[in-house]
Design a protein around this ligand. Structure first.
Ligand code: HEM
Length: 83
């Protein structure tokens, strides 16, 4: 599930607009899975744990920022009737 979008995001972590665009797209792609930002947190926590000590804090911090936004965008999309 990690494609170039995530790589591009990691490289452009300063570019807030670009990140938001990627997160909106991710929300759209995950909308039909019936998950919310809490599910995203569970999944990303496992991912970070599996990675071990190599940069785990950086990834954890990144996911902690991204997941609630993806969750919000999923809710927005649902409200807008996209599902
Ligand atoms: C409960 C957690 C998650 C599940 C069950 C899940 C499942 C999936 C599935 C089934 C797809 C394919 C969707 C499609 O082709 O339409 C997908 C795509 C993807 N997922 Fe996840 N995912 C989860 C969390 C995440 C998280 C936390 C991230 C990154 C922050 C992520 C990044 C991606 C990316 C980059 C794609 C490809 C999107 C694209 O091609 O545009 N996923 N995921």
């Amino acid at each position: 599930m990690f494609t170039r979008a995530i790589g591009a995001m990691a490289e452009n972590i300063e570019d807030k607009e670009m990140i938001d665009e990627v997160l909106q797209r991710l929300a759209y792609r995950h909308l039909r899975l019936d998950i919310d930002d809490k599910d995203l947190k569970v999944a990303t926590d496992i991912f970070v744990k599996e990675m071990g000590s190599s940069g785990d804090k950086v990834w954890q911090a990144a996911f902690d920022k991204m997941n609630p936004r993806i969750g919000k965008y999923m809710k927005d999309l649902e409200k807008a009737g996209v599902s």
